[in-house]
Design a protein around this ligand. Structure first.
Ligand SMILES: [Zn+2]
Length: 220
């Protein structure tokens, strides 16, 4: 791929697939093996930049970096880390919209590996199943902790909730700042990006407006 096209894909945040592109053998190695290999490669990057890795302050950085990538920032790549989504019978027969809002988004852009930070607001209208509230937050956290594109993150959360709740009536809204927009390239410090994915009852504008009203008037 030529360098102009590479920059173009990054600056326009083009995503090619709803699934995160993974190699078939993505998790053949253990976390410890991955940390050891990434440590080696990141030391090479630091050396290439001209840094002296014998300095006490820098010598542990390749390990810290590798561990942070595998265990923290990108733990959500590995399906074994996916949270178990506890589902309950809707015994109350609650049939109206339930909104879980201000869910923290801590993610990374897959084009520049820089932070994406913001909030998700999610609602669904239960049929026969309801989900433990904190499980929505955990699902968001899981999908956020991969190299991401905001549109794909929204869709991955939406599809999973629809599947597990056995209803199409779900809406996912994410507003987030991208460090690759604020700290490099155009360097716009104030802009942020909002994505909205929905289906089912949320195709109805009145239902969507009820959701937006709650999200916009949030006082907590
Ligand atoms: Zn980016």
């Amino acid at each position: 791929m030529n360098k102009d096209l590479i920059e173009n894909i990054g600056d326009n945040h083009i995503s090619t697939n709803i699934e995160t592109p993974l190699l078939p053998n993505a998790f053949d190695k253990s976390d410890d093996e991955k940390i050891e290999n990434i440590k080696h490669h990141f030391a090479k990057i630091m050396e290439e930049l001209g840094l002296d890795l014998t300095d006490d302050s820098l010598s542990g950085t390749p390990y810290r970096f590798a561990k942070m990538y595998v265990k923290e920032l990108f733990y959500g790549l590995n399906p074994k880390n996916k949270p178990k989504l506890s589902i309950f019978e809707n015994k109350y027969k609650y049939k109206k919209m339930l909104v879980e809002q201000n869910i923290t988004i801590d993610s990374s852009c897959e084009h520049h590996f820089l932070p994406i930070t913001g909030h998700a607001h999610i609602a669904y209208i239960p049929k026969d199943k309801v989900i433990g509230l904190s499980k929505i937050n955990r699902l968001v956290d899981y999908y956020a902790h991969r190299p991401q594109v905001q549109e794909r993150l929204s869709l991955q959360i939406l599809k999973d909730l629809q599947a597990v709740l056995n209803t199409k009536d779900v809406i996912v809204m994410i507003s987030a700042k991208h460090l690759c927009v604020s700290s490099r390239g155009i360097k716009d410090k104030d802009s942020f990006t909002t994505t909205i994915e929905y289906d089912g009852e949320f195709n109805n504008e009145l239902q969507r407006n009820e959701f937006f009203g709650i999200v916009n008037n949030s006082s907590t």
